[in-house]
Ligand binder design. Structure first.
Ligand code: KIV
Ligand code: ZN
Length: 385
């Protein structure tokens, strides 16, 4: 089965989330957990951007030995030199160098012609190839770039020595069908494309980052980039835990394997949330508090009879101890009875029925009932009796 590499940029693109500022110790702690999770590549930062980032990338590269550590660089010597200094003691130093390719970026940001961008990209890769064993080259805003031009520049940087070609959807603009077509186009129009790994890097501005990443895999991507909990610039990046679990649950469809240890997902998510201060929404797929909570009577009854009726992922698979049956106004008698039993009450059917009516009345007033509420209901009933 084909292997897909996971490239985590929580510490670089993820740290670009508004309001997030991780110190060196926190970054190292996250990097070690990403290593435990089984990431293939960790983008530890942008060494030329600040002294703090430089030392942090250096420390991570020296400490993390089971995955490749990379750092971002603009297409300029100074950035590439800083990245080399920070990464050279890593187990597999890898450069991530980028330049924007779209007409909007060429005209307004870079103020460069098509040929000047190509020349700059080629020079940067040739320069980096003198010392880096692995070079990833990214076409920033690739998805708003003219396809023939994208193919041309990709061909040139491969010739110059790039090993991984990343096609970022920098502004979260593309949809899964279109994204897949870009990969197909490159496969059919770029010389030596089969000699490199194609990578997907998706942002979530239109809520399609994970779907786009999965589409890229269907169309030949051998590397997926993203962050834990999907944090990142603006609406964030593709949530890697979602991609990893989708690939596992739908192995029948995607037919690829990864190094990700799924059981480490929840722990990693909790750590990133704690250290970044970015709260995970309760309904977030895989790691949200409600991801394995069942509230309605029909669902609770189904899950109590057979979990797979409403659970496609077992909570234990991703390191969550158990699912939960939340008692609220939609809950049914089956879950109510099970909960009472768990709390140590063995009651006659008649008593359970009476209590259930009272529970329903109470649940109209309170969104979620706690175990203490249930105990209070039973004790009141027993006092009356
Ligand atoms: O979104 C993007 O284009 C990036 C590049 C620097 C790869 O993060
Ligand atoms: Zn990005």
């Amino acid at each position: 089965m084909k292997k897909v590499n996971f490239f985590d940029t929580t510490l670089r693109d993820g740290e670009q989330s508004a309001g997030v500022n991780l110190n060196r110790k926190e970054k190292l702690e996250i990097a070690k957990q990403l290593e435990r999770l089984g990431m293939d590549i960790i983008e530890a930062g942008f060494p030329a951007s600040s002294k703090g980032d430089f030392y942090s990338v250096q420390e991570i590269a020296k400490t993390v030995r089971n995955c490749s550590v990379t750092g971002l660089a603009r297409s300029v010597k100074h950035d590439i030199d800083a990245a080399w200094e920070a990464l050279k003691d890593g187990s597999e130093p890898r450069l991530h160098v980028f330049i924007a390719t779209s007409p909007i970026h060429r005209q307004y940001k870079l103020k460069m012609t098509e040929d000047e961008v190509i020349e700059n990209a080629v020079q940067a890769v040739q320069y980096a190839a003198k010392f880096f064993p692995v070079i990833q080259w990214s076409a920033e805003d690739a998805c708003r770039t003219e396809l023939p031009y994208l193919a041309k520049i990709v061909e040139k940087v491969i010739e110059a020595g790039a090993n991984v070609i990343n096609i970022p959807d920098t502004v979260g603009y593309i949809n899964p069908i279109e994204y897949g077509k870009i990969f197909e186009y490159l496969k059919n129009n770029v010389k030596n494309i089969d000699k490199v790994i194609l990578s997907a890097h998706c942002h979530d501005d239109l809520g399609m980052a994970v779907a786009n990443s999965l589409s890229a895999i269907e169309h030949g991507a051998g590397q997926i980039e993203g962050t834990i909990n999907g944090i990142g610039e603006r609406a964030g990046n593709a949530a890697l835990e979602e991609v990893a679990v989708a690939l596992h649950i739908r192995k029948d469809h995607y037919k690829v394997e990864t190094n990700i240890r799924l059981e480490e997902i929840k722990r990693t998510s909790d750590l990133v949330s704690k250290l970044t201060g970015m709260i995970v929404p309760p309904n977030k797929a895989i790691v949200g508090n409600n991801a394995f909570a069942h509230e309605s009577g029909i669902h609770q009854d189904g899950v109590l009879k057979e979990k797979t009726t409403y659970e496609i992922i077992s909570p234990q698979l991703v390191g969550v101890q158990t699912n939960s049956l939340v008692l609220g106004k939609h809950s049914g008698r089956h879950a109510f009875r099970v909960k009472l039993k768990e709390l140590g009450f063995s009651l006659e059917d008649e008593a359970i029925n009476r209590l259930f009516e009272e529970f329903k009345l109470l649940s109209e007033k309170k969104k979620e009932l706690t175990e203490d509420d249930l105990v209070a209901l039973v004790l009141e009933e027993q006092l009356k009796g």
